[in-house]
Design a protein around this ligand. Structure first.
Ligand SMILES: C[S@@+](CC[C@H](N)C(=O)[O-])C[C@H]1O[C@@H](n2cnc3c(N)ncnc32)[C@H](O)[C@@H]1O
Length: 203
């Protein structure tokens, strides 16, 4: 593993408890509603960069077959210790270990940690993994460029973030063969999130 990923991983390992406290209660209601409208009922969903598995657990509750995948062992372990009862796999979004087709890919606040120049290859990988008319959900932060940033979780831990302008993010998805079904911007105290629900376009 390269230095870039080692740093990200060790930062998440450092902030895992604070991150969990700050985020585990969040329920992305509208996001799930829109996703469930279009994804195959009871299908297979891969939660990429699942963190502590908050959303992975929601998919299981809604009778999907689901696997969570994350780079950071400590994040997955935190999820397991707090009752996430689905397969959670330590793996890299850039080297997906799953070969069989899935019906949905859920990438909540995870693609923002991938260098921008690698995003087209990652999206191509998602496209290949998805079954016919499979659904991709993805959120990134709105803005320009990228940076390593220490966001306070009361401990020093720097993480890499990429930022996207709306049209560039849409282009990246469409260039990878996705049709955008729903798009909106979620505004939180600190960020604007570009939320996209897309369908794999058949060729
Ligand atoms: C901001 S957290 C989001 C977690 C969860 N999806 C959520 O919405 O709460 C980002 C997660 O992405 C993971 N991550 C970062 N780069 C990754 C990579 N290359 N492959 C897999 N996971 C990665 C981190 O370990 C971290 O758990």
């Amino acid at each position: 593993m390269n230095e870039f990923k080692r740093t990200l991983q060790s930062s998440y390992a450092t902030i895992v408890d604070r991150f969990y406290e700050a985020n585990h209660h969040k329920f992305l209601e509208t996001h799930f509603e829109q996703f469930f409208k279009v994804v195959k009922p009871n299908g297979i969903i891969l939660d990429v960069g699942c963190g502590t598995g908050r959303d992975t657990a929601v998919f299981k509750k809604h009778n999907f077959q689901t696997v969570g995948l994350d780079l950071t062992y400590e994040m997955l372990q935190k999820g397991k210790l707090n009752g996430v009862d689905t397969p959670l796999v330590q793996a890299d979004i850039e080297a997906l270990p799953i070969k069989h087709g899935v019906d949905g890919i859920w990438a909540s606040a995870s693609l923002l940690h991938i260098p921008k120049q690698k995003i087209p290859t990652v999206l191509d990988g998602f496209y290949s993994l998805l079954n016919y008319e499979g659904i991709l959900y993805a959120t990134v932060k709105q803005g320009l460029g990228d940076e390593w940033k220490e966001i306070s979780y009361k401990k020093k831990a720097k993480r890499f973030f990429n930022y996207w302008q709306t049209n560039h993010w849409n282009d990246a998805l469409e260039n990878a063969g996705f049709k955008i079904l729903e798009e909106w911007t979620d505004t939180t105290r600190t960020d604007n999130w570009l939320v996209r629900i897309c369908k794999k376009e058949s060729v």
